[in-house]
Write a protein that binds this ligand. Structure first.
Ligand SMILES: Nc1ncnc2c1ncn2[C@@H]1O[C@H](COP(=O)(O)OP(=O)(O)OP(=O)(O)O)[C@@H](O)[C@H]1O
Ligand SMILES: [Mg+2]
Length: 475
């Protein structure tokens, strides 16, 4: 055994305690003992943290079952092996139901106990590993920001954040590539369900029959080829979030079934009559005009209202061009880091094209373009592409520096009528614009200053200085 594991042995019989202590110590375990359930719990309260517990069923006072329940309440992942007298099947069954990991007869062979302990520890390691991976994943997800400084995007993020931790159904609308999935994921990662599963189903990818069994599962024998029961995505997502992408493509019969799930929170698997209950948060997305689909009788009106409890519309990139420079820089950093090559910035001349192009593929198109730029490490091919598409570059004056017109918000002097020089006006305007940009990026990175500095393309030290200069504070 590479590291020492701690076993807590609980039994009212001192003979058994002594025997197990010597047996398991010889095997390299650190052994703690307790003569009663009460004493075992007291030991845990005093900071003893066993990796596995061996627990006698029959004890005076708090018996094995009651102790087991207490242990499970404290730490549901702590494996407990029950030691039972011979022929006490009923108790054993009850113990297993209450969450015991394993049980062995008191007439056990030493090998049997050792094997049971190893199995329990293996499982514990696995559970811990999974938990660690999950939390790493969650962290990573958290680090996937929605980048942008436009007021519309900001408002959208605020809306997402305000409903994330509720169970309301959210419908996300927007053209292809605007970031609908990113928004949906944010709802999941910012909710208490983030430890549950995130399950995505593309409703346009499967023919209706297959989509139905994909979503709701089927019973053995439901159709030819259904050789055993299969769970659907709704069951798989229990405790988490299901993302129904391209919901507008779902056929009418399935819409009826989905409506029923939304109403009753239960459904039957295909070919079954037993209702299945699930606890799932539903988020949908579409790039179709669903309201129009309702008018055209292609989408059920009652379902539309059920899904559209909260509506999030993500505007196309061409309606929020001020997001383009920051998004460009964000993707540039991302791919330069990934591929270990590429330019550190985009030239003003190329940015002028970026700013005037209409981006029919929205953010995804911009991302792919920046990715190609990084891989090819040469702007020239992009210029010729834009020219071939007849894009006229934006004039430098069109380059937005901040979300709103900075002139509206500049405070010129302390007192009314105070005369200040043009130079000062320019300086003040620049500062205001800078302040707003820095604030937006900090908000976006959750005040991760290193990341913000990277995005703003300034040094970490400069950013700290500017934060102080602008009087910015996390709220
Ligand atoms: N504001 C944003 N900040 C950072 N990345 C973004 C943003 N918006 C979109 N992206 C990125 O652009 C790509 C497309 O986004 P996403 O898949 O969420 O779009 P979509 O609306 O679901 O598109 P489709 O309708 O084609 O499925 C993804 O790689 C996503 O990470
Ligand atoms: Mg999508």
């Amino acid at each position: 055994m590479d590291s020492q594991y701690t076993v807590l042995v609980v039994d009212d019989d001192p003979g058994i305690l002594a025997y197990l202590e010597s047996l398991l110590s010889l095997d390299g375990y650190r052994v703690m003992t307790a003569e009663s359930g009460e004493q075992a719990l007291a030991r845990l309260n005093n900071g003893v943290a066993p990796d596995v517990v061996v627990l006698d069923v029959m004890m005076p006072g708090m018996d094995g079952l009651a102790t087991l329940r207490h242990l499970r309440d404290r730490d549901p992942e702590l494996p407990v092996i029950m030691l039972s007298g011979v022929g006490r099947t009923a108790t054993v069954v009850e113990a297993m139901r209450a969450g015991a990991y394993d049980y062995i007869d008191k007439s056990f062979e030493a090998e049997e106990l050792k094997l049971a302990l190893e199995k329990a520890l293996d499982r514990r390691r696995l559970v811990q590993e999974i938990r660690e991976l999950r939390s790493q994943l969650a962290e990573q997800e958290q680090l996937d920001p929605i980048v942008g400084v436009s007021p519309t995007l900001q408002a959208m993020k605020d809306l997402l954040d305000s409903v994330a931790d509720t169970d309301v159904t959210v419908l996300i609308e927007g053209e292809s590539g605007v970031g609908k999935e990113l928004a949906a994921r944010r709802l999941h990662t910012k909710s208490a369900r983030r430890r549950g599963r995130w399950v995505k189903v593309n409703c346009a990818a499967l023919p209706p029959d297959l989509l139905e069994s994909e979503l709701f599962g089927y019973e053995k024998g439901a159709f030819t080829g259904a050789q055993k029961r299969k769970l659907g995505k709704f069951e798989y997502a229990d405790g988490g979030t299901i993302f129904l992408d391209e919901i507008g493509e779902m056929g009418l019969p399935l819409q009826a079934k989905l409506l029923q799930v939304l109403q009753d929170r239960e459904f039957c698997r295909v070919g079954g009559n037993e209702p299945v209950r699930v606890d799932v948060r539903i988020v949908c997305a579409t790039n179709r005009d669903l309201r129009k689909a309702v008018e055209d009788k292609e989408f059920r009106e009652d379902l539309y209202y059920r899904l559209n409890v909260v509506n999030v519309r993500i505007p196309p990139l061409r309606e929020r061009r001020e997001d383009i420079p920051l998004l460009t820089r964000y993707f540039l950093h991302k791919y330069v880091e990934k591929y270990g090559r590429g330019p550190s910035e985009v030239s003003d001349a190329l940015m002028a094209y970026f700013l005037s192009y209409d981006w029919p593929g929205n953010v995804r198109e911009l991302e792919n373009l920046v990715k190609r730029l990084v891989i090819l490490n040469d702007e020239r091919f992009l210029f010729s592409e834009f020219r071939a598409k007849n894009v006229t570059p934006a004039s430098p004056a069109a380059v937005p520096v901040a979300p709103a017109d900075p002139l509206d918000q500049i405070e010129i002097g302390e007192k009314p009528g105070e005369v200040i020089s043009l130079k000062e006006i320019a300086r003040s305007a620049a500062l205001q614009a800078e302040r707003r940009m820095i604030a937006a990026v900090l908000r976006q990175t959750n005040w991760n200053r290193r990341k913000a500095a990277q995005l703003l393309d300034i040094s970490y030290k400069t950013l700290l200085y500017k934060i102080r200069e602008c009087g910015l504070e996390p709220n």
